[in-house]
Design a protein around this ligand. Structure first.
Ligand code: NAD
Length: 660
C-alpha cells in the first residue's frame, strides 16, 4: 500500500426518484435557509418554478441567466441579484452550468449551495469552480463552493435527450478514468472511480435506448455522483487539461469534447498505468463490455451511443491543433503515466480530430520506450516511497540511495532474470562459505574495491598522517600482548624480521602508550587462522614506549593468495585477475585523541605490488626490508641464519579530523 493523504469532502446527498419534489423543502429547512436565490437556465425555468413552489415565500429571487462555461458577466449579474434579494442560500437546478453559476456566487459570498443536478456533470460534489472571461477559462478550488446538499432525482433527467445523455454520461466516465492517474488520486478515489465507471458503462446504453428507463437513469446519477467525488479529490489530469483548452479556447461543447477525447487519452496513458488499465478493464467487463482494450471499448461505446467520432465534427479546425498542443503542454501534470510533450499531444489531438479508431493509434502513441521507462521508474518510485518514513534520517538516506543506485544499475545493464538469480546464488554461496574464521563478504568488499573506497572516504587526507589501507579478513580480536622488543612469531615459520619505528602526531611529537596490533602471514603465505589447529602465531599487540617508539621481532612476510576456493575466487578467475597480495604486515594503531589507523607496510620489490587483488597498495606504505647476515641482532639476540629488518614511523591524525 502506497502512503497517501486524503482530504475527504463533506456533503450530504439525497438519492431517489421523486426526491426533488418530495424532499427539497425539508432540505432547505435543514439548512436553515429562508431567502433562496434560485439559479437555473431559461430551459429549466418552468421546472424550477414547479420545484420551488413548495418552498413558498422562501424563494427570494430567480436567476435564469445561466450560460455554458459560466461567463464572468453572468456570474457578476447573479452575484448582484444575490445581494439585491438578500439571499442566504443558493439553489441551483440544472446541469453543470447552473451549478457552476451558483458556485461563482458562493465563491465571493460564501453562501451555501443546494444543488439539484439534471445532468451527469458531477460538478455538484466538487469544490472546483470555473469562470470564463472572453476565451479564457479560469478554474480553481475552494471549499466554500462545494454544495452542502445535493438532491439526485432521476425523474429530472428523463427529459435529457439521447445525445446529451450520451455525452454527459461519457463526461462522467472520463472523470472516473482520470481519477486513476490525476495528481491527488488515492485508493479511495480509485475505488469510487471503478464503481462509477461500471455503473455508467452499464446504464448508458439502456438510458440512451429508453430515456424513460428510471432504473438506468438512477444508475447514471449514481455513477455521476461517484465520478464527481473521485474527480473532486483526485483533480484534473491529462484528459481534463486537454478538454479545458478545447472548451475554453475553441468553444467546443463540454460533454461532447470529453466523450470524443477520452478514448485517445486512454490509449495514450493506459500502457503506462497498468493498474488503472486492469481496473478499468475489470469495470468494463462487469458492465458487459469488451475488457480487452479499454480505449477501444470506450470508443465503441461512444459510437454505439451515437456520439460524433472526431473533434472536427464539433467544430475544431485542423490548423488549430498545433496551437492547442502548445497550450496544453505546460498544464500536463508532471506525473502523467506517459510523458506528454507537444509532439505527442499533436499526434493525439490529430487522431482525436480525425476520429481515427484507437486500436490503430495504440501502436503509435505512446512510444514503447517511453512506456517502458515510465513503468520502470514507477517501481523505483514505489520502493523509494516505502522508505520515506524510515528512521533515523541517516538510515532513510542510506536505504533510499541504495535502492536508487541498485535500480539504476539493473536498468543500465538491462539485468536479466537469470543474471539476477546468478547474483543471488553468488551471495548465497558467499554466505554458506563464511564462518568465524572465513569471511567471504570482506573478501568480496576487498576485491570490488569497496573496502579501499570506504577507507578513502572515512580517512580523509590529513597532512603528514600515515595513509590507511584495508583491514582484510584476518584480523581477530584477543591476540596476545607482547612486551616492547618481544617476539610475536610464536612459532610461525620464516626468516626472523625485526620491526621498529615511532608513533608521533602530525607535529612530530611522540605518542606514548599507543596500542599497536600487528598480524601477518608466515613464509608460506598463511595466517594462523588458516591452519586448522587453532594456533595463534604471527599476531600480537604492544604499546609504544614513553618516546613513542615500538619494536618487536616477527617473521619476514610472504606474498599470498587471498582464499580463492569460494565465489570470490570465481569472480577473480572470470576477470583474469590473480588472487595474490604482495607481502605485507598489518598494523592497527589506537590511542585516545587520535584517529585510529589501520594500515600495512609492503615489502619493497615484491612482484605483486602492482596487482594487489584488493587494491590496498599505496606508494607511501612500500618500505625497504634490509637483509642481514647471521650473527648479533637487536634485543641481545645472536642469530644462526640471515634475518631482515624494517623501520616504519607512523603519524596519527588528531581525532578532531575524524569523519562523523
Ligand atoms: P450544461 O449545464 O451546460 O447542460 C448542457 C445542456 O443540457 C444545456 O443546454 C442544458 O440546458 C441542457 N440540459 C440540462 N439538463 C437537462 C435536462 N434534464 N433535460 C434537457 N436538457 C437539459 O452542461 P453539463 O454537461 O451539465 O455541464 C458542463 C459544465 O459543467 C461545463 O461548464 C463544465 O466545465 C462544468 N463542470 C464543472 C465541474 C466542476 O467540478 N467544477 C465538473 C464537471 C463539469
Amino acid at each position: 500500500m502506497q502512503p497517501f493523504t486524503y482530504d475527504a469532502l463533506p456533503g450530504r446527498v439525497v438519492f431517489g426518484p421523486g426526491t426533488a419534489r418530495a424532499r427539497l423543502a425539508d432540505e432547505v429547512s435543514r439548512l436553515g435557509a429562508s431567502r433562496l436565490l434560485l439559479i437555473t437556465t431559461p430551459r429549466a425555468a418552468a421546472l424550477a418554478r414547479e420545484l420551488g413552489a413548495p418552498l413558498g415565500g422562501r424563494v427570494a429571487g430567480v436567476c435564469t441567466g445561466v450560460r455554458e462555461h459560466v461567463p464572468a458577466e453572468v456570474a457578476e449579474a447573479a452575484r448582484q441579484q444575490a445581494a439585491g434579494t438578500g439571499a442566504d442560500a443558493l439553489l441551483s437546478i440544472g446541469g453543470g452550468s447552473a451549478t457552476g453559476t451558483a458556485k461563482a456566487v458562493a465563491l465571493t459570498t460564501g453562501l451555501p449551495v443546494i444543488a439539484v443536478p439534471t445532468t451527469y456533470a458531477g460538478s455538484e460534489v466538487t469544490p472546483v469552480w470555473g469562470l470564463t472571461e472572453g476565451d479564457r477559462k479560469t478554474t480553481g478550488t475552494d471549499p466554500r463552493v462545494l454544495p452542502r446538499v445535493v438532491l439526485y432525482d432521476p425523474d429530472l433527467t428523463v427529459s435529457l435527450p439521447a445525445g446529451l445523455t450520451a455525452a454527459s454520461g461519457l463526461n462522467a466516465l472520463a472523470h472516473c478514468a482520470e481519477a486513476f492517474w490525476a495528481p491527488d488520486r488515492n485508493p479511495v478515489t480509485a475505488l469510487a472511480a471503478a464503481e462509477g465507471l461500471r455503473a455508467l458503462a452499464q446504464a448508458l446504453p439502456l438510458a440512451v435506448k429508453d430515456g424513460a428507463d428510471l432504473a438506468a437513469r438512477g444508475d447514471l446519477l449514481y455513477g455521476a455522483y461517484l465520478a464527481g467525488t473521485a474527480f473532486g479529490v483526485a483533480g484534473a489530469g491529462l484528459h481534463h487539461k486537454i478538454c479545458h483548452v478545447l472548451g475554453g479556447r475553441y468553444g467546443l461543447p463540454h460533454a461532447q469534447t470529453h466523450a470524443i477525447v477520452l478514448p485517445y487519452v486512454l490509449a495514450f496513458n493506459l500502457p503506462g498505468a497498468p493498474d488503472a488499465a486492469a481496473r478499468i478493464s475489470q469495470a468494463l467487463d462487469d458492465a458487459g463490455l469488451d475488457p480487452a482494450n479499454p480505449a477501444a471499448a470506450v470508443q465503441a461505446l461512444a459510437a454505439r451511443l451515437g456520439l460524433p467520432a472526431g473533434l472536427r465534427d464539433i467544430g475544431l479546425r485542423e490548423d488549430q491543433i498545433g496551437e492547442a498542443a502548445g497550450l496544453i503542454e505546460p498544464a500536463v501534470p508532471a506525473d502523467n503515466p506517459v510523458p506528454a510533450g507537444a509532439a505527442e499531444l499533436r499526434t493525439l489531438l490529430h487522431a482525436a480530430w480525425a476520429g481515427t479508431p484507437v486500436p490503430s493509434l495504440a501502436g503509435r502513441v505512446p512510444d514503447d520506450a517511453a512506456v517502458q521507462a515510465a513503468r520502470e521508474e514507477a517501481v523505483t518510485a514505489e520502493v523509494l516511497a516505502s522508505f520515506a518514513g524510515a528512521a533515523p534520517p541517516r538510515y532513510r538516506e542510506v536505504a533510499q540511495s541504495l535502492v536508487r543506485n541498485l535500480h539504476s544499475f539493473a536498468r543500465e545493464i538491462r539485468l536479466t532474470q537469470d543474471e539476477w538469480q546468478f547474483g543471488i546464488d553468488f551471495l548465497t554461496r558467499a554466505g554458506h562459505i563464511t564462518n568465524d574464521r572465513r569471511q567471504e563478504f570482506i573478501l568480496l568488499s576487498d576485491v570490488l574495491g569497496m573496502s579501499m573506497l570506504t577507507i578513502g572516504i572515512n580517512a580523509p587526507a590529513a597532512a603528514g598522517a600515515t595513509e590507511s589501507t584495508v583491514v582484510g579478513p584476518f584480523f581477530v580480536a584477543g591476540a596476545p600482548e607482547t612486551p616492547l622488543g618481544g617476539d610475536i612469531a610464536n612459532g610461525a615459520q620464516g626468516r626472523p624480521c625485526y620491526v621498529s619505528g615511532t608513533v608521533t602526531d602530525t607535529a612530530g611529537n611522540p605518542i606514548a602508550g599507543a596500542r599497536i596490533d600487528i598480524w601477518q602471514s608466515d613464509e608460506d603465505g598463511f595466517y594462523d587462522v588458516q591452519y586448522p589447529d587453532g594456533r595463534t602465531a604471527a599476531r600480537g599487540w604492544l604499546r609504544t614506549g614513553p618516546d613513542g617508539g615500538y619494536r618487536f621481532w616477527s617473521v619476514h612476510p610472504a606474498p599470498y593468495p587471498i582464499p580463492d576456493d569460494g565465489p570470490v575466487g570465481d569472480l577473480l578467475k572470470a576477470a583474469g585477475r590473480g588472487p595474490m597480495r604482495p607481502a605485507h604486515l598489518h598494523f592497527k594503531v589506537d590511542v585516545p585523541g587520535y584517529r585510529p589507523l589501520v594500515t600495512h607496510i609492503f615489502v619493497a620489490g615484491d612482484p605483486y605490488l602492482d596487482r594487489d587483488a584488493v587494491f590496498g597498495v599505496k606508494e607511501s606504505l612500500i618500505v625497504e626490508f634490509t637483509e642481514h647476515p647471521p650473527g648479533p641482532a637487536p634485543e641481545g639476540r645472536v642469530l644462526a641464519g640471515p634475518w631482515s629488518r624494517v623501520a616504519f614511523d607512523m603519524v596519527l591524525a588528531p581525532a578532531a579530523d575524524q569523519a562523523p
